[in-house]
Write a protein that binds this ligand. Structure first.
Ligand SMILES: Nc1nc2c(ncn2[C@@H]2O[C@H](COP(=O)(O)OP(=O)(O)O)[C@@H](O)[C@H]2O)c(=O)[nH]1
Ligand SMILES: [Mg+2]
Length: 377
């Protein structure tokens, strides 16, 4: 009797808790991949510049999240050997600190941030009064974790159609490929997608996008080379609204036919994507991990002109340098939402700083596993 009573109360509590959770999620829905944020920390929405649209209930999980750890291992980004040395040493061993500095620099973290991490970790270790290997490893990890920003990492859909996601970045970084992958994710989420071929620099760009549209069951709006990118995005939005599509994912060029300034063009594109009936929910900057610190300089300009809400870090599989992810967040101040780890449709993984660091600092990374073991597609 008492047990039954307790079970009934427990079930009631679960129902009440779920209702509160669902109500709290009203107002927007997200690409339904569970993005893990920092353990217990406050989540600050990174898309404050974008007006949320009310009245929608969160969608359910439809897409299994890709395994970031396997991706990081497959990309060979690990600091594992170094962390093994740190654990076997102690905080007063200058050689290990020097080795750490070298590893951070080689990982494309950059001089300033590498120094910040090391100085910070040394101070924290001193303050803790400990100096054994695991205290040192902890201090370093905490400093690295501190380089990531706190921000919403889910991609957002508006409550009313059409949602617009604008994808920007330098030529060749992987914008069109990432849009193909996003189109597949959105389709798996039950969304009807229009792709906007806003890269009008050359016909091949629209052809490439068209191939992704066909592959992922999306529609496409394209124009002739040299056409005004904003008009292509405008037409896509009109088409989506008139024909009941849920969203537009817009490709853009990293260079222009005309003499007009690329950054001015991006601002114009953004204004087009913000106008009724469109709901601009994401402006995603694509960054190529293999370009290292150089890529960041250009990325900063794009980030400012387009007021980005998130970063897609591509080609991690070809970079073998994990520090660039930390540098990108610390320098741009915007969360990495997804990482690209290959050219195939499923090679786009939701990013989580904690999972990324776990994999990066894993002492014995499982090298030598087959692609199949490591979750390749
Ligand atoms: N290895 C690898 N290649 C990628 C990734 N993303 C894109 N690419 C390749 O990078 C090249 C440029 O990509 P594209 O999407 O055309 O770049 P865009 O000019 O920014 O649109 C193509 O060969 C893509 O297949 C990735 O995550 N990993
Ligand atoms: Mg392209």
């Amino acid at each position: 009797m008492t047990t039954e009573f307790i079970v009934v109360i427990a079930v009631l509590l679960v129902v009440i808790a779920s209702t509160i959770y669902l109500v709290s999620k009203r107002g927007r829905s997200t690409l339904s991949i569970p993005a893990k944020t920092a353990g217990g920390s406050t989540v600050v929405s990174s898309s404050a510049a974008v007006a949320p649209t009310p009245d929608v209930v969160a969608t359910e999980l439809l897409i299994p999240p890709g395994d970031l750890k396997k991706g990081v291992r497959r990309a060979g980004l690990s600091f594992g050997r170094l962390f093994g040395n740190i654990l076997g040493s102690d905080g007063s061993n200058q050689k290990v600190w020097d080795e750490l500095e070298e590893t951070l620099l080689l990982s494309d973290l950059g001089l300033e941030l590498s120094t910040r991490v090391i100085e910070g970790a040394k101070k924290a270790l001193e303050a803790s009064g400990q100096r054994d290997g695991s205290a040192m490893a902890n201090a370093v990890r905490m400093e690295l974790r501190g380089l990531f920003v706190e921000g919403e990492r889910d991609l957002e859909y508006a409550g009313e159609s059409p949602t617009v996601w604008l994808v920007v970045g330098v030529n060749g970084v992987g914008k069109t490929t990432s849009i193909g992958k996003l189109s597949a994710m959105a389709a798996a989420d039950g969304k009807k997608v229009v792709l906007a071929a806003g890269d009008t620099f050359r016909a091949a760009a629209a052809d490439q996008l068209q191939m992704w549209a066909e592959r992922t069951g999306a529609d496409i709006v394209r124009s002739v080379p040299g056409a005004d990118p904003s008009s292509v995005v405008y037409d896509s939005i009109q088409k989506a609204a008139a024909r009941g599509f849920d969203m537009v994912i817009a490709d853009t060029a990293g260079r222009l036919h005309t003499k007009s300034n690329l950054m001015d063009e991006l601002r114009k594109l953004r204004r087009t994507a913000e106008k009724e009936p469109a709901h601009l929910m994401e402006v995603l900057l694509v960054l190529d991990a293999t370009t290292g610190q150089n890529g960041l300089v250009q990325a900063r300009e794009f980030a400012k002109a387009a007021q980005i809400t998130g970063v897609i870090l591509t080609k991690l599989d070809g970079s073998a340098k994990g520090g660039i992810a930390l540098a990108a967040e610390a320098e741009l101040g915007v969360p990495i939402k997804l990482v690209g780890i290959g050219e195939k449709v499923n090679d786009l993984i939701v990013f989580s700083p904690d999972e990324f660091l776990d994999a990066l600092l894993e002492v014995e990374p499982q090298y030598g596993l087959s692609d199949e073991d490591l979750g390749a597609n």
